[in-house]
Design a protein. Structure first.
Length: 58
């Protein structure tokens, strides 16, 4: 049995927007309950939604 820790942890690396490469702030206000639950950012520059690792979320 193994626990996928990275799904629950906090990404401490700087995240960049996958679309416009804007650096995302580490401290953020979650935009909704999904961001509260899963972490992640909404890019201020282009509005792209991404997870806490900077992967685009569809
Ligand atoms: Zn962006």
């Amino acid at each position: 049995m193994s626990i996928r820790i990275k799904d629950f942890g906090i990404n401490l690396k700087t995240v960049y927007c996958p679309k416009c490469n804007t650096e995302q702030p580490k401290i953020r206000k979650p935009k909704g309950w999904k961001e509260i639950l899963w972490g992640g950012n909404t890019c201020k520059n282009c509005g792209c939604k991404m997870d806490k690792y900077g992967k685009e979320r569809k």
